[in-house]
Write a new protein. Structure first.
Length: 194
């Protein structure tokens, strides 16, 4: 864990997770004492062990979307949460019950909304993730409510402006990936999430 992202042979040159890592580290390694690191078996946020150390935000493997998603969680977490392992949140593995799934979605729509902005800044296709293959296989997973919640949050942030760190990261991704449309002018629709 914590090793540099491994580049898969089939990854398009533009969608290497290492690029997201570099953008994040350029933005926040010094200002927020935090580094984004790939190669993890599971995502994890680990606060620094000492005041002089770096906080580490690990994303899964070398997955581009995982890097964007973990940054979204970090951008939402307040100062107190950023002092706690995994921001102090619980995580139930993907075999959640229907009630556990609803609780998961009740907190997950905001990071996914930010991930959608970040994906757009990279010209990368965003997909809502319910993160529950067991319910999906059983035919009990309905992502419509999560999709609507993600869209509503995206539209709210478009109107109000992105959270500060998210805005910094979005602008830096736009520069890195050469996209030109400001967040306030992006068009988002529910049809894109289907």
């Amino acid at each position: 864990m914590g090793a540099a992202a491994v580049v898969p042979l089939s990854a398009p040159q533009s969608f290497l997770a290492a690029r997201v890592e570099q953008v994040f580290n350029d933005c926040f390694a010094h200002s927020c004492n935090t580094r984004l690191c790939g190669g993890a078996d599971e995502p994890l946020y680990q606060p620094a062990a000492t005041p002089a150390g770096f906080h580490a935000l690990y994303y899964r493997g070398d997955y581009f979307a995982s890097a964007l998603h973990e940054v979204a969680h970090w951008c939402i977490a307040g100062a107190q949460r950023r002092q706690q392992r995994d921001f102090g949140y619980w995580y139930t593995p993907e075999e959640r019950s229907v009630d556990q799934q609803r609780a998961f979605e009740a907190v997950e729509y905001k990071p996914q909304a930010l991930e959608w902005f970040f994906s757009r800044a990279c010209a990368y296709r965003f997909q809502v993730s319910a993160d529950n293959l067991a319910l999906a296989s059983a035919g009990l997973l309905d992502t419509a409510a999560l999709q609507r919640a993600v869209l509503e949050q995206v539209l709210a942030w478009q109107h109000e402006g992105l959270p500060i760190r998210a805005g910094v990261f979005y602008a830096a991704l736009r520069r890195e990936f050469g996209t030109v449309i400001p967040a306030a002018q992006l068009g988002f629709t529910l049809a894109e999430l289907a």
